[in-house]
Write a new protein. Structure first.
Lengths: 452, 112
């Protein structure tokens, strides 16, 4: 398997073969015995060393990926809701950013990305030893990212942990109680995101299957998309769905948000090389090509069907392309990325505009239609278009192996999300009251409103 | 005195203002309103979901004028606001009973 855990090690190494040879022992370096054994003469070349170029790029990537959630995703979603819910919508992204930051610092990073014995990592969960980042200091290095400080690696992973639950908000927009949202997201981070991140990237069992996921097609997008679908089904439709006008109130906000997502995504995908190297460059090119292809594909599909090329269409297509190229970005060549983009643009348009209607669920802002479907397309097509010339870890690509990764993620996410929703419902209830929903969440949940 | 109330397309406001200005009408009140007449509304489609928008944005202009001027005002508004397409709006005229200028207390035609 080449989950990003391995990917990231290799990503860090592609710059030169020497770096590769040096990165692999670096994993063992974390184990005390190996360190001692390696200590003598070869100590200098074998010791993991912080690389300033890699660190500079990863510091930048952290900022870029954080920008994807605040303000990017917050604005993207806020523009699509009705005016009475715009503050509640940006509030969700901002509050999740704060809550996840603390949970990640308290225990999330520890259970997802550290192992008591790095040579023999936990299959299902990592270590509890780094509670409150205990034992991690300014000079620490995580074997998963041997050329950057562990604080930076933890921060980089934190920004992924922030955006994933924030994506789910699109599915239950305009109706979930704020208190329920906070409880649900906290539990979801600890019981869904952290374990899956560990399975795929932190040394867990999915890492052994051979699933290719460069930057988070399974961990982030399928995960959030499926959780969103479960939320939409459990919470039910918005009051008046299908009869009341629920048109987006200001697509300029969504345009700004989508544009920030696009730019931030270079930190997400190119940053997932966890190094400032050639593979990061390939991921960047693939990201750009797939996004443009998907944006135009959605736009033209819509143009054919409803006779107008829409702003919401082209920006939604761009996000679908970004999602789909995420697992593929460090494995495919630009031609593969181009095809993935076109498929994602057309299929996600179909999912958001037609599939949803067919089944009648109210995935309000298409968290499932874009992130779930786009993630699945990207994950599967990575198994088709992986090119060993871009990344040797993709040599044994297989769509069947990819499918295994997708199915495992879907099953765990769906089941545990449902359980967490039930627990949250017992504690505080899930939905705002009908009267509150009608008046709008801005005034009823937060006591504020935007100026007329 | 007459109160002329015109509902027009927002894009024609400047033309109407200029036409009235040349008639020596130097005051008006403009309000952003929504409504429909024969034009009905239009539909908007977002990610495949179609919404009928019944009320379209229009501007409501209110002008108080002396009786002698009202016909010319109506003609000026009609000519300036007309595009020939459905949705150009309507002009309503009411008898105006009384006017007071708040600053000076003047009333009637002197207050216009």
């Amino acid at each position: 398997m080449i989950i990003a855990r391995t990917t990231k090690v290799v990503g860090a190494s592609l710059a030169s073969l020497t770096t590769l040879l040096y990165a692999l022992p670096a994993l063992a370096q974390s184990a005390t015995s190996a360190a001692t054994a390696a200590a003598p003469a070869a100590a200098a070349p074998a010791a993991p060393a912080i690389n300033s170029g890699d660190t500079a790029w990863m510091l930048t990537s952290v900022a870029l990926v954080l920008m994807m959630t605040i303000p990017g995703l917050g604005l993207f979603y806020a523009g699509m809701v009705r005016k009475k819910n715009v503050l509640a919508t940006v509030m969700q992204s901002f509050a999740i950013t704060c809550v996840v930051t603390l949970l990640w610092f308290i225990i999330g990073y520890s259970i997802a990305f550290t192992n008591d014995d790095p040579a023999n990592p936990g299959k299902f969960i990592g270590s509890f030893a780094h509670f409150l980042l205990n034992g991690i200091n300014v000079n620490s290095i995580n074997g998963l990212a041997p050329t950057i400080p562990e604080y930076v690696f933890s921060m980089f992973q934190m920004t992924f942990a922030i955006i994933t639950p924030a994506l789910i908000c699109g599915a239950f927009a305009e109706r979930m109680k704020f208190s329920a949202m906070i409880i649900f997201m906290s539990l979801w981070l600890l019981f869904v995101y952290a374990p899956i991140a560990h399975w795929v990237w932190g040394g867990g069992f999915l890492g052994g299957l051979g699933v290719l996921d460069f930057a988070g097609g399974t961990v982030v997008h399928i995960n959030a998309g499926v959780a969103g679908l479960v939320c939409a089904l459990v919470l039910g439709r918005r009051k008046g769905f299908g009869t009341v006008n629920m048109a987006p109130h200001n697509l300029v906000l969504s345009f700004i948000g989508a544009s920030l997502l696009w730019v931030g995504w270079f930190g997400f995908n190119a940053g997932s090389a966890v190094a400032s190297n050639a593979l990061a460059g390939a991921a960047m090119m693939n990201t750009q090509v797939a996004t443009a292809a998907a944006a135009l594909a959605w736009m033209f599909a819509e143009w054919l069907v409803v006779k107008k090329p829409s702003v919401l269409g082209i920006i939604s297509g761009a996000v679908a392309g970004l999602v789909a190229v995420t697992p593929a970005s460090g494995f495919v060549n630009p031609t593969g990325a181009f095809i993935i983009g076109i498929v994602a643009g057309v299929v996600c348009y179909y999912a958001a505009a037609h599939l949803k209607k067919m089944f009648g669920y109210d995935d309000s802002l298409d968290a499932f239609g874009v992130h779930g479907i786009g993630g699945i397309i990207g994950a599967l097509l990575t198994g088709v278009f992986a090119d060993a010339a871009i990344n040797p870890l993709g040599a044994n690509h297989s769509i069947i192996t990819q499918l295994e990764g997708v199915v495992v993620t879907i099953v765990w996410t769906a089941v545990v999300t449902w359980v967490i929703l039930m627990v949250t419902k017992m504690l505080v209830g899930l939905r705002a009251s009908e009267a509150e929903e009608e008046e709008g969440l801005d005034i009823t949940q937060h006591g504020e409103s935007v100026a007329e | 005195m007459k109160l002329v109330v015109a509902i027009i397309k927002p894009s024609r406001l400047e033309e109407v203002r200029q036409a009235l200005n040349s008639l020596d009408v130097h005051g008006m009140t403009v309000t952003e309103v929504k409504g429909y007449g024969r034009q009905k509304g239009h539909s908007e489609i977002y990610r495949g979901t179609e919404y009928a928008v019944h009320f379209l944005p229009k501007l409501k202009i209110e002008i108080a004028v002396e009786d002698a001027l009202s016909d010319r005002v109506i003609t000026a508004i009609r000519e300036a606001a007309q595009t020939g397409r459905i949705g150009d709006g309507k002009i309503f005229v009411f008898d105006l009973e009384h006017v007071t200028r708040i600053r000076t207390g003047e009333t009637g035609a002197a207050a216009l």
